[in-house]
Design a protein around this ligand. Structure first.
Ligand code: GLA
Length: 376
């Protein structure tokens, strides 16, 4: 991939890049739609990454290209970038970092993070360019700050009202660990997963039903949560616990109540998961994953039939636990499962999807990997 990024750069711009940087996509183990409610999340960086070969220029022009569509997109940081397709993500990051800009740049992207699968291909782009620009512009931002700049680009330039989980995972990820993040205090801690000694893997079952968070459902869910917090007199749903559920039920309409119940119980499930993982209680962890999926399917209503089937198939195949991952309305489910059962899981998913007339899913293992870094 590094060589591919360099070759792509040379073909697109006709000279040698200054360096190559990369950042991983992420899978979220548990803690969904809790980040923008100042709650808890537990994602990890995956072994699929986006690479950017980049060089600074003498002038203020910023050009990005990739092997996605072979096009080159251009801005010069004098006005906010618009209508640039995927290039809004990297040029959006350059825009939110413009106060540190010392020059324009040329950048070429290659990626093996699947797009639209709920594995944060967009955060991988944002964090790869974020670390690259931080270095060539000598911006001096911390890893956490770069994550927040990525989120800012996504919110303000792309127009997706997402939280900070994906970028934080991509920046702070560590090998063999998940990132436990408190989205209120921004305290982050690596949680060792010890999957390998237990012969377990995290399998991704990608339904290949694409989602986008800049439209509809995600925003409406977020609004429900904000309305719920306001009615219940807290600045965010983080201010509530399961003890507040009866009051929430009395004061909110039926739909908002279920949205709020998902967030409150999901926060608790993240904390319980940390405890289960630290005690090595995989059975309990598996139950929490399933309870999380159930809450997303019924209370938050962001699952789709394909995701429910994937989870059901995983459990029948012998998974420890399984749930949809990411923003929902498509994308992928994960399963924690014995390594030896992976081929069977793939076969069962494909058969179940074919029997239902769904498109063919992709099933593969992901390995918790290191966060954004310079490659060369
Ligand atoms: C998307 C967003 C994240 C988070 C998840 C849901 O991935 O980008 O900020 O809200 O959905 O947990």
């Amino acid at each position: 991939m590094i060589e591919k990024a360099i070759a792509g750069f040379k073909a697109a711009f006709g000279y040698e890049p200054q360096g190559v940087w990369s950042a991983p996509g992420r899978a979220n183990l548990i803690g969904e739609h809790t980040d923008y409610n100042e709650g808890f999340v537990l994602p990890f960086g995956i072994d699929k990454r986006t690479y950017v070969a980049l060089a600074s220029r003498q002038d203020s022009t910023c050009r990005v290209s990739s092997d996605i569509d072979g096009k080159t997109y251009e801005t010069n940081l004098t006005s906010v970038p618009v209508n640039l397709d995927w290039a809004l993500y990297p040029l959006g990051v350059a825009w939110v970092m413009r106060e540190w800009a010392k020059s324009g740049f040329d950048a070429f992207f290659v990626s093996d993070v699947p797009v639209g699968s709920g594995l944060s291909s967009s955060a991988a782009i944002e964090c790869a360019i974020g670390v690259a620009l931080n270095e060539i512009w000598d911006a001096g931002r911390t890893r956490q700050e770069i994550a927040l700049l990525g989120q800012k680009a996504e919110n303000q330039v792309v127009g997706a009202p997402t939280g900070m989980m994906d970028q934080t995972a991509s920046m702070l990820a560590e090998k063999d660990s998940a990132v436990f993040l408190d989205c209120q205090t921004l305290e982050a801690r690596a949680i060792p997963l010890n999957l390998e000694p237990r012969n377990l893997v995290v399998a991704v079952m990608d339904t290949r039903v694409a989602h986008r968070h800049s439209d509809g459902g995600y925003r409406v869910r977020r609004e429900s949560c904000e309305r719920g917090a306001k009615t219940l007199g807290v600045s965010s749903l983080r201010g509530l616990t399961v003890q507040d559920l009866p009051r929430a039920e009395a004061e909110l309409d039926e739909v908002d109540f279920r949205r709020v119940r998902h967030v409150i119980t999901e926060n608790q499930r993240v904390l319980d998961s940390i405890e289960a993982l630290s005690e090595g209680d995989m059975e309990r962890f598996g139950e929490l994953l399933l309870a999380s999926h159930d809450s997303m399917a019924h209370d938050f209503e962001i699952s789709i039939e394909e995701l429910d089937v994937a989870v059901e198939v995983a459990m029948k195949t012998g998974a420890v636990g399984s749930r949809m991952t990411g923003g929902g309305f498509g994308g992928a489910a994960i399963a924690v499962i014995d390594k030896g059962l992976l081929p069977q899981l793939e076969k069962n998913c494909k058969e179940a999807f074919a029997a239902k007339g769904y498109g063919e899913p992709k099933v593969f293992a992901v390995v918790p990997s290191e966060g954004a870094r310079r490659e060369r």
